[in-house]
Design a protein around this ligand. Structure first.
Ligand code: FAD
Length: 420
């Protein structure tokens, strides 16, 4: 195991707060040369940077710069890290164009939506399916809120194709438990696995797990220990679903399943403050608006009298609750940013209407762009001047229906492959 897999409990305490110093320390540990040949292995030299990237503590250009410093040369466009960062930017590109449309199937998958169950079964939620790869993934998810990309692919594929659960139910469930839960990357990846955002269902078998995962994850003799032809036929409904688990292993949600909530846990409640009634003391001053996807440092080119307001938009959090671990990751950093230059000391939680009422008192309002539902609408309705998320790829004006199309429209990309 490499030290970079810090989100796993095996490596000690997971990071607690979206702290830029910790993110910068992680950037200094990048091993881009090893990443290229080992990233598909659960013990490979993956970066573990996704929680910081999701919350805007760092951005893809920072990762590329750190990789270049480690390599001592420019990061080639065809390097695996370049391509994986581009996948993130592709999903943001789709979100920019489709907005909340990414929450519905982009096109029909192998079977009609109505044939899939709308809830995640209890034995999966508890990590007690009897299929070691799935149970290991769920327990790691519970313990540290982070999974390797391959584990996410396996979990999603098993749920959608072996248990016939609708991708949206699985996506919402996983999103709630991840520290890096990000609707564009998460929900579009689920659609890619389901076949509603790609041209074929993604399936995997026990041999694939044995190749890329440690022994405890290997799953011989289980429902996934079969040929790809058979798995594809199951996903397409051409043969019956296998009996997924032994009755003795069915279970209610296990005790290690984190509680998810639309509001911060009580131990963080002191970091919240209600919106002030009437005109605040900073009325008329410029505002830098901090939201959960803007946890990097406050830009240093703002007018000197700019105040920092940190806000939570309640409609979003009611729709997509978070684990306590995620609240712990996000909220103290938001409060620290609010305190850095704020007239208000805490994080203001309110409905869109309440927050809009507050912003009416402000002078010019500026914020980092986001495509997260409700926050995006808040920025638009509040006539907030947004700053783009720093990116390495260009986002074409019309939506690209596939990563290949997106990639082919990047300068110089035609010379390189784009395998996932
Ligand atoms: C079902 C499923 C759900 C996912 N949900 C999320 C999510 O909610 N949030 C999220 O950030 N990523 C998600 N991903 C993408 C990917 O699994 C994670 O970004 C990655 O595993 C994070 O670990 P890392 O930082 O070590 O990645 P690395 O391999 O070190 O990659 C570096 C960075 O590149 C980006 N990246 C890498 N692989 C992908 C990918 N396949 N798609 C998009 N971006 C990628 C991430 O920002 C990542 O931090 C999901 C993938 C799947 C299959």
């Amino acid at each position: 195991m490499t030290p970079i897999q810090r989100w796993t409990p095996v490596e000690g305490q997971p990071q607690q707060v979206a702290d830029p110093a910790a993110a910068r320390a992680a950037l200094r540990q990048l091993r881009p040369a090893d990443y290229a040949h080992s990233r598909n292995h659960l013990g490979g030299a993956v970066t573990g940077l996704s929680p910081w990237l999701t919350h805007g503590v760092i951005d893809p250009p920072d990762v590329a710069a750190a990789a270049e410093a480690a390599l001592g040369s420019p990061l080639p466009p065809g390097h695996a890290l370049t391509l994986q960062l581009a996948w993130r930017e592709y999903f943001l590109h789709v979100a920019e164009h489709r907005g909340a449309g990414l929450l519905q199937s982009l096109h029909e998958g192998p079977l009609p939506d109505a044939l899939y169950a709308s809830t995640v079964p209890d034995d999966v939620r508890a990590g007690r399916t009897g299929v070691p790869v799935i149970d290991q993934a769920v327990h790691q998810l519970h313990a540290c809120g982070w999974l390797h990309n391959h584990a996410r692919l396996w979990l999603a594929s098993y749920l959608v194709h072996m248990r016939r659960v609708h991708w949206r139910a699985g996506a919402d469930w996983l999103h709630a438990l991840l520290l890096d839960g990000d609707l564009p990357s998460n929900h579009l990846s689920w659609q890619w696995v389901a076949g509603t955002g790609s041209h074929k269902p993604y399936v995997f078998n026990a041999d694939n797990v044995a190749r890329f995962a440690p022994r405890a994850w290997h799953s011989p003799g289980t429902v996934i220990d079969t040929s790809y032809e058979q798995l594809d036929a199951i996903a397409r409904g051409q043969v019956a679903l296998p009996q997924p688990y032994r009755a003795a292993q069915q279970a209610a949600v296990g005790s290690d399943a984190p509680v998810v909530s639309s509001a911060p846990p009580t131990e963080l409640a002191a970091l919240l403050q209600p919106p002030a009634a009437g005109a605040p003391e900073w009325a008329g001053q410029p505002v830098w608006l901090v939201h959960p996807w803007a946890l990097g440092d406050v830009p240093d080119d703002l007018p000197p009298n700019t105040v920092v307001l940190a806000v939570l938009c309640e409609e979003f959090h009611r729709a997509w609750p978070w684990s306590a671990q995620r609240w712990q990751f996000v909220l103290p950093r938001m409060a620290a940013l609010a305190r850095s230059r704020g007239a208000d000391a805490g994080v203001i939680s309110g409905t869109s209407n309440t927050l809009l009422g507050l912003l009416k008192h402000a002078g010019p309002v500026m914020a980092r762009q986001t495509w997260q539902p409700h926050y995006r609408e808040l920025l638009e309705a509040g006539r907030v001047t947004t700053r783009p998320v720093p990116a390495r790829c260009t986002s074409p004006d019309t939506v690209c229906a596939s990563f290949s199309k997106f990639w082919s429209r990047q300068p110089g990309a035609e010379r390189f492959s784009h395998r996932r």
